[in-house]
Ligand binder design. Sequence first.
Ligand code: GLU
Length: 472
Amino acid sequence: MSEKQASFYASVERNFDKAAALTDHPKGLLEQIKVCNAIYQMNFPVKIGNSYQVIEAFRVQHSHHRLPTKGGIRFSHLVNKEEVMALASLMTYKCALVDVPFGGAKGGVSVSPRKYTEEQLEKITRRYTVELVRKGFIGPGIDVPAPDYGTGSREMAWILDTYQQLKNGELDSAACVTGKPVNQNGIRGRTEATGRGVFYGLKEMLSNEADCKAWGLKPGIEGKTMVIQGLGNVGSYTGTISIDEGDVKVIAVSEIEGTIVDENGIDIHKLIKYRKDKKSILGFPGTKTLPKRDNWVGIKCDILVPAALESQIHKGNAKKVKAKIIAEAANGPVTAEAEEILLKKGVVVVPDMYLNAGGVTVSYFEWLKNLSHVRYGRIEKRFDERAYTNLVGLVEKMTGKVVSNKEKEFLTRGADEVDLVRSGLEETMITAYNQIREVYRRKRKAKDLRTAAFINAINKVASDYMTLGIFP
Ligand code: GLU
């Protein structure tokens, strides 16, 4: 394990301690909130080609104060116990912050997906699921995995199928995992959810004129320049949605192969297609490539979005940052040491546990959908449409004016599943931001948004423990 990864867990603990010191909760309670409740480390064999490979994997349930526990499964050769512990801890605070009624968890399988065929990945995923079932580490009311770095809806479908084979007839089995393909009990809007949540979060924080003034920023997301590190699921949707719905200008993108810049704005839709064909972002028309990949850190912009892995902005490069806002779309991209440097420079860091909570929020909607066994909008859509049509008809009759077909279409539409998911996500991101802001405004307590978010999350988890009667 490298030092960088070991420090990720230490970073999360340090941030927790900083916030915990500003609360009045008993020491024992804070300690209980901080520790990981259950850690399952496993090694299992998988036949790859003609030989067997021993795969190391983990599932960490950080907090059982609410059940099920919830969090993604990461496939990466960098996976190690401390990393999964850090990520599981963040899930607890994230869920508490956005009022998703789950404890936090995370899984990790120490494999580099690019080195395996689809068939081999399926074998690994299914075997990992069997291990989880055997130890009672998965189930709709126990622990519910989801996608994370290196996994997606395909892996979730394999997990679901393996679970259902072992739990024949379990009525709510579809809720054992989220982020599934839509035709496999998934939900519309889940794939884009984290990126969309990042956009809603930034939009909300930039909508407050007084806050923006205090930060030396022009209010409003429109026209802001953005740099994105990582064009995976989160980075891609953050980019496309920010451009399409927020009029943001993405001036640079960084990926494993390098960093490209175009001050006039990069069309992320086209770039995603380009990368799919060419297997690289380099050479995208109109852009120039920077000498070093790491140069993304020092690009002057309004919003810098690290959307890949943890510890990307560390004490070694934090001084180079020329962005006004760091939007933590990834989990833990800024180390605790780096954040101190950034805060002194006046950079606003929007914390991961808030900003990337869109994924788990929509996972929660998917879980609810699975438990209710009905698609959102199915019951009321037509009824609403008829009621709106009657209303518009009445207005026309009373005013003697005709509403145009285009307007009529807009006014009388009943909500589809994706409309409701987006609406629920936007509401969640707005409410959570304003709760963080409430704490942050009382400067005496939290001097930065992360500490404010942590205080909020700690208070909520603490209140659950009190209600449970464990810490009266
Ligand atoms: N892996 C995502 C996260 O870090 C989503 C977790 C989930 O949907 O359970 O928040």
